[in-house]
Ligand binder design. Structure first.
Ligand SMILES: Cc1cc2nc3c(=O)[nH]c(=O)nc-3n(C[C@H](O)[C@H](O)[C@H](O)COP(=O)(O)OP(=O)(O)OC[C@H]3O[C@@H](n4cnc5c(N)ncnc54)[C@H](O)[C@@H]3O)c2cc1C
Length: 420
């Protein structure tokens, strides 16, 4: 009997999941496992790592994955402890011959994966990783990831010219698993927006809505900078970050829409934004630890101060700027803010309050449901002027932003006076 172990991480789906497909193909039985590694991570810079909204979304995503696996004759084993302790034990318990998992980009996650790879190989068990979270497969890039350009535009032009997006894998029809206990722990409810429910089914529903039902995709380029509302942007991020949907599946849907209905600048622009996501992920492979340093990818760092009182005021929406307070209230309460608001909040922390940018990034890490190591730290470093850019940082003038994006003050009124 050949048995493989599928170690799920940020790929909580059955659709377009090469890791899962390969494991099923090569084995008689598989053991699909998820470890609660992220919930066990120690605070960084004194800030916790996973807030209540992301925990809830994760739980929903796990329940959904379990349902999909059960419907195919399988199941999901959710282990509340760390992979470092439990993965080797499970390999022994189930007589595993090979471990299948997604390639990691974050330095902590990579470290964990490498430690386990060595340990498992020493037991005589194979260990294979797959790149399943980007639009372009890293092997298809016209350069090695070590030579990725510093600037997005150069990366995009080279990639668009030379690469093709691979076809997504279809979800497997059946899988066989040995018997195990499969309870998913509960974390208690939070105040996420109604539309933000974890899981593959919800991700597919949102894709269908944004592309076909509302056709909001057709005006995405014009609306994407708004602060408030459901359809001004895709809202795919939390599902992408947890791997409930793959960027290739989104791409394929956009291409079908373009063929059958209409293609315009907006339909292209969503792909363009997915390339930003790819860009940060590939850049992280090149610089696995630099994005967490104050200097980032550059020689000179911006402000090095950290004033805990200013941090509390910023976190709790108690600064002298009503737009910042509204954004911080929305972020803390829902785990989401628009891209424009993220830029404004980050710029204010770095240039308005003149603080070490990494504390701001760590707070976003705690709050965001769509937290993604590469997109969060990459964007923060970019705004702080130490990331993938040569032009210095990005300073957003708050009064101008209010005038452009919140003229009627609707956003500020909606999120004013929220308690901490
Ligand atoms: C300071 C800061 C921190 C951020 N932290 C995160 C994070 O932790 N996780 C995260 O997914 N995004 C992050 N972003 C990027 C972006 O703000 C969100 O992806 C976007 O707001 C999510 O909403 P949406 O899905 O409706 O995006 P849309 O505008 O509909 O974009 C579609 C998809 O493209 C990708 N994308 C769009 N913009 C960016 C970008 N600038 N960088 C990378 N990918 C992008 C996302 O996957 C997004 O879901 C951050 C941006 C800033 C300025």
């Amino acid at each position: 009997m050949k048995r493989g172990l599928i170690w799920f991480t940020e790929d909580l789906r059955v659709d377009d999941n090469e890791t899962l497909c390969k494991a099923i193909l090569e084995n008689d039985e598989v053991v699909p496992v998820y470890f609660m590694d992220h919930l066990l991570e120690k605070p960084w810079l004194g800030i916790g790592r996973v807030g209540p909204q992301r925990k809830e979304f994760l739980l929903q995503a796990l329940q959904s994955l379990k349902k999909e696996l059960v419907a195919r004759g399988g199941d999901l084993l959710v282990v509340e402890g760390s992979s470092l302790t439990h993965l080797p034990l499970l390999c022994k318990q189930f007589g595993i011959r090979k471990v299948y998992t997604k390639k990691q980009v974050g330095s902590e996650e990579k470290f964990r994966q490498n430690v386990l790879r060595k340990e498992v190989l020493a037991l005589g068990i194979d260990f294979e990783t797959y790149s399943t979270s980007t639009l372009y497969h890293p092997e298809d890039l016209p350069f090695s990831v070590r030579d990725i350009p510093l600037l997005f535009t150069k990366f995009r032009k080279l990639a668009e010219k030379e690469c093709k997006v691979r076809e997504p894998f279809n979800a497997p029809e059946r899988l066989a698993v040995p018997i195990f206990d499969s309870n998913i722990p509960s974390f208690g409810a939070s105040r996420t927006p109604e539309w933000m429910v974890g899981g593959e089914l919800e991700a597919m529903k949102r894709l269908k809505h944004f592309v076909w039902e509302s056709k909001a995709l057709l005006s995405y380029k014009e609306t994407r900078d708004q602060l408030d509302g459901l359809d001004y942007s895709s809202k795919f991020s939390a599902w992408l970050s947890h791997g409930c949907i793959s960027p290739r599946r989104i791409y394929q849907e956009i291409k079908i829409f373009e063929r059958e209905f209409k293609a315009n600048e907006s339909t292209y622009w969503l792909v363009f934004e997915l390339l930003w996501r790819d860009f940060f992920r590939f850049s992280f492979k090149k610089y696995p630890t630099a994005y967490f340093q104050r200097k980032g990818l550059h020689e000179q760092a911006p402000f090095e101060y950290f004033d805990s009182e200013k941090f509390e005021q910023w976190k709790l929406g108690k600064t002298k700027e009503s737009l910042i307070n509204a954004g911080m209230n929305e972020l803390r309460e829902t785990g989401f803010v628009s891209n424009r608001m993220r830029q404004i909040l980050a710029s204010y922390w770095v240039y308005g309050l003149e603080q070490d940018w990494r504390f701001g990034a760590a707070w976003f890490e705690y709050c965001l449901v769509d937290y993604d190591v590469a997109s969060n730290w990459g964007n923060w470093a970019y705004i702080a002027g130490v990331g993938n850019d040569n032009r210095g940082g990005r300073i957003f003038n708050i009064q101008k932003q209010e005038e452009y994006f919140d003229k009627t003050e609707a956003y500020r009124k909606r999120w004013a006076n929220h308690s901490g």
